[in-house]
Design a protein around this ligand. Structure first.
Ligand code: FEO
Ligand code: CA
Ligand code: CA
Ligand code: CA
Length: 741
């Protein structure tokens, strides 16, 4: 999600706490009234050109499953140094990679992924958007295929890439790049525009192949698939069948449709995709009188406020205004009818989850794993699974002052199951039953995972929200975490588990509401608040973000130790209060967001989504070979409190990176964010997403390409039209070597 959009939708800060099968889904769908009719996708050819530009590990999880070198029992090569020359910061409308590398575009928004669908015209007149790449490419994972189309841990030339299409570039409601004239910017929205917008969100799965060094996607692959906002999904886990999830579409609370605002991805140890629903609440509107209708003191209203949907909230695109048909009405989250089974007051409760799909099985429905909690999910990073031990996964909630979570499965890991054909059934076993924990970071560098379950008396007796069941904790996870006094973090974005030592990393992207003291005052784990100038504009808080890391003896342990791996900063910022990691022009950065460890090399790739340093540089990707928790020292930071007195906060900073072990690898085109990364198991091809190039283009400039902030990737020779497009690039080394070596 872009920093521009984030001003409205991503920076939700409602933490005011003082501290089944596809056929069955279809059948049930048909039985409900007013349900949108959609034509079935035709799985069907065409080679696509990939064009040159200038000149990471499959999974950000430690998933040991099919498709990565570790899972195959092969010991991956771990690099001990970075072999490339750093790329300078720039403001040019191009992708730059180091000397000796090339980056080629091969899959951009609108590209057809079903046989017979025409090439994308990119002028706002394209149709069949559910049979094309979605918008805002985000997290993605690699799933190798052998010559027979079966999962393969070794294939480096054929595979599936499953990726999120998080959002769309918009202004005043309209996804204007998809409408010939820019679309309508007032309510009510036009149904024909909304019908398109509903289809550009979700997930895509594509088959990709490499021949003679050239990567292309296969337009007619039977594996290709689009999940949109309307694709049937099955509710699974603790909240399945709960009255809280009853809607007109699924009165029994067992089903939902689609997924939206999917940001991070990870790969499970059994070889499926998990995708995090992030800023889903922004897509729903609520009537101004809805608090009164539900009861001002009701748990409904408490929870809606805690999840950023106050009464009267307007939706991001106004989809609910396009008509009375179901596909529009469902985005109005108000209590309208006499009971929840006859309206969509609970529709929002069917979003906000980790969703799982098996890219190898294009007809299996998406499963929403409610036991892993409901919040602004990013990645879901699995600790290295151990036979006979629970499966453990870590997750962040990306909003200001939200928390970091851990899930521990009830079932104990049986490695033989990684090869099971019905992988979603394995997901049922390990992700539908288990316990959630939330992180508390102590000032002394220790920390603890606090249990979120109805068995925990602190939650069962919490005055702030009368929890009655684990289903309620699954749906109102933030409220439960509030009860435990979890640590309010500077927007937890993506996580990653270091394959060398099992330590967990989380990017904390920035936090404009971090203050010197009070409710969101600095603490040891979020210790900076300062002022940074962007031209004449002053930004305040933790402007540039940091990356925290946690170490545990065993992933199931309640205790952990932590330190801050790196404080993002401008090279010229004060080294005593802001640039605490001594970053230089080679490695300075702002707003780390995507973070992926390469299974092949051990490199930790850091990607930025920044609006603070963007007067100096476009967003970027850096490579690092980090050390370990505790390799640095304690640091004291001095601040002037709001009472005018000087105060000190002590934090724990990792050993400062050097220009050799942390350097910039890529800088993107204008207005983009760099996000998503996966790689072939040999580490020789790396796929990276360029999201929302030209996002500061104005709706009124549509039809006037010279005004567009960016014309990428058409200026790199890819595709028709000059409207900027989110796209996947593939990076290879000219000598055919391992990326980063
Ligand atoms: Fe989708 Fe929080 O970045
Ligand atoms: Ca992002
Ligand atoms: Ca600045
Ligand atoms: Ca972000």
């Amino acid at each position: 999600m872009s920093q521009k959009s984030s001003n409205v939708y991503n920076n939700e800060d409602s933490n005011t706490s003082s501290n089944v099968d596809f056929e069955a889904v279809l059948q049930m769908r048909m039985n409900r009234r007013n349900i949108l009719k959609r034509t079935a996708g035709i799985w069907g050819t065409g080679a696509l050109a990939s064009m040159g530009i200038v000149g990471c590990a499959s999974s950000n999880s430690l998933g040991n499953g099919v498709g990565n070198a570790v899972g195959n029992g092969l010991e991956p090569t771990k690099l001990s140094s970075l072999g490339f020359k750093a790329v300078p910061k720039h403001l040019i409308d191009t992708v730059s990679v180091p000397e000796g590398y090339k980056a080629e575009v091969f899959y951009a928004v609108g590209d057809p992924i079903i046989a017979g669908v025409s090439a994308f015209k990119n002028d706002g007149t394209d149709t069949d958007l559910d049979k094309r790449a979605g918008d805002h490419h985000d997290g993605m994972e690699w799933f190798g295929l052998d010559a027979h189309g079966k999962p393969s841990a070794n294939s480096n030339t054929r595979g599936l890439i499953a990726m999120n299409h998080e959002a769309t570039t918009d202004e005043k409601l309209s996804a204007f790049l998809f409408h010939a004239d820019g679309g309508t910017s007032n309510l009510p929205r036009k149904a024909a525009e909304v019908d398109k917008e509903l289809m550009i969100h979700g997930i895509s799965v594509i088959e990709v192949t490499q021949h003679h060094g050239k990567w292309t996607y296969k337009q007619d692959s039977a594996f290709n698939r689009r999940i949109t906002t309307m694709t049937p999904a099955v509710i699974m886990g603790a909240a399945k069948g709960a009255a809280l999830l009853a809607t007109m579409y699924s009165p029994d609370g067992n089903y939902s449709r689609g997924t939206v605002n999917n940001c991070g991805t990870s790969k499970t140890p059994w070889g499926t995709l998990v995708s995090g629903e992030e800023n889903w609440y922004g897509y729903f509107s609520r009537g101004a009188q809805d608090d009164a209708k539900r009861g001002v003191k009701s748990k409904d209203v408490l929870a809606l406020n805690r999840y950023g949907r106050k009464a009267g909230a307007a939706s991001r695109h106004g989809w609910e205004s396009a008509g009375t048909d179901d596909q529009y009405a469902r985005w109005n989250n108000s209590a309208i009818a006499s009971n929840a089974k006859d309206d969509y007051r609970n529709e929002m409760n069917t979003f906000g989850y980790i969703v799982e799909l098996d890219p190898h099985q294009p007809t299996q429905a998406l499963r929403k794993r409610t036991t892993l909690g409901r919040f602004a999910h990013e990645t879901c990073n699995f600790a290295k699974p151990v036979a006979g031990q629970p499966i453990v996964a870590y997750m962040g909630d990306d909003a200001r002052n939200e928390y970091i979570y851990k899930f521990v499965s009830t079932a104990l890991w049986n490695p033989a199951e990684a090869d099971t054909a019905d992988k979603l059934a394995i997901g049922d076993k390990y992700m539908d039953k288990g316990t959630l924990f939330v992180a508390k970071f102590n000032a002394d560098g220790s920390g603890e995972w606090l249990e979120l379950s109805i068995k925990n008396p602190t939650i069962a007796n919490y005055a702030g929200f009368e929890f009655k069941s684990d289903a309620e904790i699954a749906v109102f996870t933030r409220n439960a975490a509030d009860a435990m006094g979890a640590t309010k973090m500077d927007r937890p974005e993506w996580g990653g588990v270091n394959p060398k030592n099992g330590e967990l990393y989380f990017t904390l992207t920035n936090n404009s509401s971090r203050t010197v003291d009070g409710q969101f005052g600095v603490d040891a784990s979020n210790p900076r608040t300062y002022s940074d100038m962007k031209g004449a504009k002053e930004n305040k808080g933790n402007v540039n973000g940091h990356i925290i890391r946690l170490g545990q003896n065993k992933p199931t342990d309640a205790a952990f130790k932590w330190d801050i791996y790196v404080f993002a900063a401008e090279a010229g910022a004060d080294k005593g209060s802001v640039n605490l990691s001594n970053l230089t022009d080679v490695n300075d950065m702002s707003s780390p967001d995507g973070l992926v460890f390469s299974e092949a090399t051990g490199i930790c790739w850091i990607q930025t989504d920044d609006g603070a340093y963007s007067d100096v540089t476009n967003c970027m990707m850096l490579a690092t070979i980090p050390g370990h928790v505790g390799d640095g020292s304690k640091k004291s930071l001095r601040y002037k409190g709001s009472d005018g007195n000087m105060k000190t906060v002590e934090t724990h900073v990792g050993k400062a990176p050097t220009e050799n072990n942390l350097k910039r690898f890529l800088v993107g085109p204008k207005g983009c964010e760099i996000t998503g990364l996966c790689e072939t198991p040999d580490g020789k091809a790396m796929f990276v997403n360029i999201q929302h190039p030209g996002e500061n283009t104005k709706m009124s400039e549509i039809g006037n390409p010279t005004k567009y902030e960016s014309q990428w990737p058409s200026n790199a020779g890819y595709g028709a039209g000059k409207r900027p497009r989110s796209a996947t690039i593939v990076i290879t080394k000219l000598d055919g070597g391992v990326i980063g070596s």
